[in-house]
Design a protein around this ligand. Sequence first.
Ligand code: GLU
Length: 464
Amino acid sequence: MQKKIITRFAPSPTGYLHIGGLRTALYNYLYAKNRGGKFLLRIEDTDLKRNSQEATQAIIEAFKWCGLHCDEEIVYQSKRLELYKQYIQKLLDEKKAYYCYTSKEELDELRKAQEARKERPRYDGRYRDFKGIAPSGIEPVVRIKAPLSGEISFNDGIKGEIKFKVADILDDFIIARSDGTPTYNFTVVIDDALMGISDVIRGDDHLSNTPKQIVLYEALGFEIPQFFHLAMIHGEDGKKLSKRHGATDVMEYKAMGILPEALLNFLVRLGWSHNDDEIFSLAELEKLFNPHHISKSASSYSFKKLEWLNAHYIKTLPFERINQQLKDLNFDLSAVHKAGFLLDILRQRAKTLLELILGAKSILEPPKHYDEVAVKKFVNDENLIFLEKFANALKAQSNAKEFEDFTNEFLEKNGIKLKDIAQALRIALTGNAVSPSIFEVLEFLGIQECKQRIQKFLEFRKKQ
Ligand code: GLU
């Protein structure tokens, strides 16, 4: 029988949901879904100085927007402090951990002496087997009795066999600070074990924590999960992804008019592939995803690729879904006459929802002003004459194709080409030269409205 897969995403709420974090969450989510398991969310908010309520809310909001649902109540570490204390006490009672009274000054001295001997700075275990009377005036920390020699190894689902020499990385590290609060590695292990986490997919910036966590799993008698450490996302220059390369906050993508479908599709491909396929719906990913196929090497972020995917989803998603996302950007097509047609006209070329909104506004609202650069470039006295003639000749047609035929006849009669008036017509109808097919705009607006807009433009030009 296959084991039950339970995965988790465990962000520390220090700001916003980073797109790298969302990729980690997505991989965990997909693996759980693929194997009929569970995906859980845990907020690691024990660092009261660095964590905030707003940051937690921002993460939850971003999750909602992406449509990644967790299968149980969200776990907050800040509500589990008593539980951690119980396990620290257990390790103390079993003599697997001990109180350490070394003062800060003593630790500084120790470090300096080790540095002078060119040794790795590490705690020397002086209270490991201490039987004497505790020095007064010092609130002790609790340290784990870590192995003193040998190796710690595990089989990473992405990187393969990983071995750490105890001498190179371990000492009796602190599991509870002098104020009694547990440290990061300790809470992660307690929670992963008690939440039944079978598989941990996380960034390889956590790789050096893993041997410490394994020491704790063993001391506590918990089963060690399967680890997968993901290579970081890089910018196109090969450097670690940062704000210099593009937005890192998931919600900034929402504000830019990126669809969650596109962002998730984009992120999943930063490190995972299936044949040469590029387009995957969430449902398809749930069927296909296997973390053992995640690439070992770092993958690189390209905004162009994201835009390309976004354009694909804008073109193909149902009206209701697009409109739901538009509403989040304070634009609503629900009450617009022929809204489906308008969306079909616009979505052929919009790369973002913001472009789509701009396009929709430029068609729905008669222009309040005209793009100066476009006017200078495309409008002259000659094409204005034809524009006026065109407005006068314009007759009702039943669709864009008929408007095209009608326009072609007009052009032929007047011995001009479409390019001679197309941009001027666009500017007159929408205020700029980037609208979709003018024949579709003519169909959408109807001839009355078009005539009025052209007239208004001609008047505006006369006044100049
Ligand atoms: N809270 C850690 C972070 O935000 C993640 C812990 C883990 O995945 O093990 O980086």
